[in-house]
Design a protein. Structure first.
Length: 118
């Protein structure tokens, strides 16, 4: 499985923090702050993993999840959102997400989730 990860998170500071953290842990990371940019990256790259925020300015993480799964069924997807959105987690799992993590997120815990999906 590819070590290439797509992060889609509209909080720029948090997105860059995750990008640096995962890069230091031997992943090739690309990031986007909205769905449109994420879809462009998906056209040009094959991602083994994706970390998708549910709430984005132009679409939601499940929309991106569906597009990514249609391109590469083997991609492992972690959906992230604010604490308390269990109904979203259920929908995401039904659509093909491999894991769901509530914010606030500890990067080490996220890395453990990713490593568990390998």
């Amino acid at each position: 499985m590819s070590n290439k990860i797509l992060i889609v998170e509209d909080d720029v500071v948090f997105c860059k923090l995750l990008t640096r953290f995962l890069s230091k842990n031997n992943f090739q990371v690309m990031d986007a702050q909205n769905g449109r940019d994420a879809l462009e990256l998906m056209e040009l790259n094959d991602f083994g993993f994706a970390i998708l925020d549910y709430r984005l300015p132009d679409m939601n993480g499940i929309d991106i999840l569906e597009k990514l799964k249609s391109k590469n069924q083997e991609s492992k997807i972690v959906l992230i959102t604010r604490y308390g959105d269990e109904d979203i987690a259920t929908k995401a799992i039904d659509k093909g997400a491999d894991a769901f993590v509530s914010k606030p997120i500890n990067p080490d815990d996220l890395l453990s989730v990713i490593n568990g999906l390998r």
